[in-house]
Design a protein around this ligand. Structure first.
Ligand code: NAD
Ligand code: WQD
Length: 346
């Protein structure tokens, strides 16, 4: 896909990963239109993406819920859309266990509506936000390759697995589709300006936003979930990836869609390197210049000791390689957190 006159529709574009990706797409010369229902984000993220980019003007934005198929159709009527990056989803594992129907309705129905409208308008290129969570929780699968067994243990993960499967069935049913599933590992960090970042609306579930809120004094201490895993220091090891690298991964995927007819394909986006919870807390302490209090707590149900990807397929086929290391992830996260302790509300 080239950066000619056509638009890339970015669903969930006001969110954490969506807004950083839009900035990278704008700088690469793509025209972008964003839709989002703002259920977990703020319009301000798109103002910042536009301001930090090399491009004049605002990001065209429509506040739309993907449940509302008529409004979505109007966006396809208004813009000449060449391809879609589909981020819009609810993403809290814990909430999905409490409210499975909300997750199935929002994530699955939203995707069905999007695909329906894509079929109607003959748009057949899609990049989809999938997740490491679709892999079967088997300690033997280390590092995780794209062809490892799949299997999910919570409703959120199952929505990602089902959405991948639905997209695959659509690709198989009609000529001409190109679909890339990007399985993200653990996104963190923020734009290096410190003006864009993750803006959790509630108490964060993920480690790094929690750690950064402890660092700024909004939360008291980090609860480290388990210190008896078979890892370097007993705490959980994950494959953290800087959000700007992740954004570049979407650009690489869009380019891949344009290069050749790829049909349906899947790529891991991670670094291939794992860090423990204690290593992450120490790195963040270094970035903020003071100790970050923590206590050891019991294991979180469903967690594995180590989850790290094998990035060799995305390196070989997308030309994707992470550029930002642990220090930059923490320095950029801290710049954002300390500039805007209350996120985009500040
Ligand atoms: P986010 O919550 O910041 O972004 C998702 C956006 O989608 C939000 O702006 C939200 O308002 C919007 N949205 C949700 N439901 C919608 C609907 N029905 N209609 C329109 N907009 C809707 O989350 P993020 O971290 O940027 O994640 C983006 C995508 O990446 C999600 O699909 C998520 O599941 C996936 N993902 C995230 C992570 C992670 O750790 N952040 C890891 C793997 C995969
Ligand atoms: C990382 C490590 C925890 C919080 C989740 C989703 C996954 C994907 C990414 C969307 C683990 C430990 C955490 C805390 C802790 N999201 N931890 N104290 O679990 O690898 O993946 O986010 O697709 O689907 O499951 O990320 O950041 O929650 O945890 O000790 O307060 O930090 O046990 O070892 P996870 P995480």
């Amino acid at each position: 896909m080239t950066s000619a006159d056509n638009y890339i529709l970015v669903t969930g574009g006001a969110g954490y990963i969506g807004s950083h990706t839009i900035l990278v797409l704008l700088n690469a010369g793509y025209k972008v239109v964003a839709v989002d229902n703002l259920s977990n984000s703020s319009r301000e993220s798109l103002n910042r993406a536009a301001r930090l980019s090399n491009v004049e003007g605002e990001v065209p934005f429509h506040q739309i819920d993907l449940q509302d198929v008529q409004s979505l159709r109007k966006v396809f009527q208004k813009y000449s859309i060449k391809g879609v990056i589909h981020f819009a989803a609810l993403k809290s594992v814990g909430e999905s266990v409490e409210k499975p129907l909300l997750y199935y309705r929002n994530n699955i129905t939203g995707t069905l509506n999007l695909l329906d409208v894509m079929v109607e308008f003959g748009v057949k290129d899609i990049v989809f936000s999938s997740s490491a969570t679709v892999y079967k929780a088997d300690p033997k699968n280390r590092p995780l390759k794209e062809d490892c067994d799949l299997g999910c243990i919570n409703p959120y993960g199952r929505t990602k697995y089902f959405m991948e499967s639905i997209i695959k069935d659509v690709v198989d049913s009609q000529e001409g589709w190109n679909a890339i599933m990007l399985r993200y590992f653990n996104p963190t960090g923020a734009h290096p300006s410190g003006d864009m970042g993750e803006d959790p609306q509630e108490i964060p579930n993920n480690l790094m936003p929690y750690v950064s809120q402890v660092a700024i004094g909004k939360l008291e201490k980090v609860h480290v979930f388990g210190n008896d895993y078979d890892t370097i220091d007993g705490t959980g090891v994950r494959d953290y990836i800087h959000v700007m690298d992740l954004a570049e991964g979407h650009l690489a995927a869009l380019k891949k869609l344009g290069e050749k007819k790829c049909g349906f394909d899947v790529y891991n986006l991670g670094s291939g390197t794992g860090y423990s919870v204690l290593e992450m807390i120490r790195a963040m302490s270094k970035a903020c210049g003071h100790d970050i209090p923590y206590i050891f707590d019991k294991r979180r149900p469903g967690d594995l000791g180590t989850v790290v990807c094998d990035p060799s397929k995305s390196e070989a086929e997308l030309g994707f390689k992470v550029k930002h290391g642990l220090e930059e992830m923490c320095a950029d996260l801290w710049r954002w957190q300390s500039n805007y302790p209350n996120g985009y509300n500040d």
